[in-house]
Write a protein that binds this ligand. Structure first.
Ligand code: SD4
Length: 319
């Protein structure tokens, strides 16, 4: 039809969406390859200074990456959390899917696995940008820096960060149209096979060791052949409590269209956390797609399908 193949991507990442579209159409790649190619394009380009290495340092100043890939044909998943020494996070996730019987590898050992798989070893994922983001934050932080055993100068002006209330207000404040860090992508290929994936450096100034929703099956994304796929971006610490991507796909399985499925999946999140900020995308087997968002004004997402070959950047108004 004219609705598939299709690629749907969170935020305004047209180049990554185009890379996935080329993989699907010109290279005759499958949906998994398209999602991996598309998300990898953002990791390499450090899309908008937000996805991939060199940004969003944790409390100890290190950037760590989360990623997943799901194959809706086989229900196979590969994921990595808190990846410390590999830039190509979604490639590592794909290697976990392809070469292991496991689903999720974490931390430095996931990078060791990646090195064994020929994906390289980076001594750190920092950049001059993440270093300056870190020192700026440290100046403003009221908290004794546990990770460096340094107590900040009490005369320094304290910023918004307090160790006791990191989870809601300060983290949620950080996500909006200009400040986000996750690429999530859904694809349906010529065979009708469906895939979903994510790649992110998580949230700014997270506690070292923190893993977000992005690599969690059913939270960051979910895909099932014959039904569709969904993916999330936003405050992952909250979203992963609701498995919203799984929820949305299950709603499509019982006949809801993508918009209603997303609205239904978002409802319990915003009911319990009215200040929640985040967004979701979904596509069904026919290639109908939708996006929803909450806690910001609007949410940009990208679509490439036979009628939008050159990638359309669309804007969803948020509720
Ligand atoms: C996380 N969901 O690690 C990610 C962050 C995000 O736009 O999507 N930011 O919680």
């Amino acid at each position: 039809g004219d609705k598939t193949p299709i690629v749907v991507t969170t935020w305004s990442y047209p180049n990554a969406t185009k890379a996935a579209w080329i993989e699907l159409t010109q290279n005759h790649g499958n949906a998994v390859d398209a999602v991996v190619t598309g998300c990898s394009a953002c990791e390499t380009a450090q899309c908008r200074g937000a996805v991939g290495f060199g940004s969003k340092p944790d409390e100890a100043g290190n950037t760590t990456l989360d990623a997943m890939i799901m194959d809706g044909k086989t229900m196979d998943v590969g994921a990595v959390g808190c990846l410390t020494n590999t830039k190509s996070a979604i490639a590592v996730a794909k290697a976990v899917m392809k070469y292991t019987k496991h689903t999720l590898l974490v931390g430095e050992k996931a990078s060791r696995f990646a090195a064994d798989m020929g994906l390289g070893w980076d001594s750190s994922l920092s950049s001059s940008m993440s270093e300056s983001q870190y020192s700026e934050w440290k100046q403003k932080s009221c908290q004794p820096n546990f990770w460096e055993n340094v107590t900040p100068d009490p005369s320094s002006s304290c910023g918004p960060y307090h160790p006791d209330n990191t989870t809601t207000s300060s983290i949620m404040d950080s996500i909006d149209i200009d400040n986000h860090d996750t690429i999530a992508m859904l694809a349906i290929d010529q065979n009708g096979d469906i895939s979903s994936g994510t790649s992110t450096n998580g949230l700014n100034h997270k506690i070292p060791g923190r893993v977000g929703d992005s690599p969690i099956v059913g939270a960051g994304s979910y895909a099932m052949n014959g039904v569709g796929a969904a993916a999330s971006t936003g405050n992952g610490d909250i979203m992963m409590r609701f498995l919203p991507a799984f929820h949305a796909v299950m709603m499509m399985q019982v006949g809801m269209d993508p918009l209603n499925a997303l609205t239904t999946a978002m409802r319990p999140i915003t009911q319990y956390y009215p200040m929640f900020r985040g967004a979701m995308i979904a596509v069904n087997q026919n290639g109908d797609y939708a996006a929803v968002c909450h806690g910001m004004e609007s949410f940009d997402f990208c679509v490439a399908n036979p009628t939008n070959r050159n990638v359309q950047v669309l804007t969803a108004k948020c509720v």
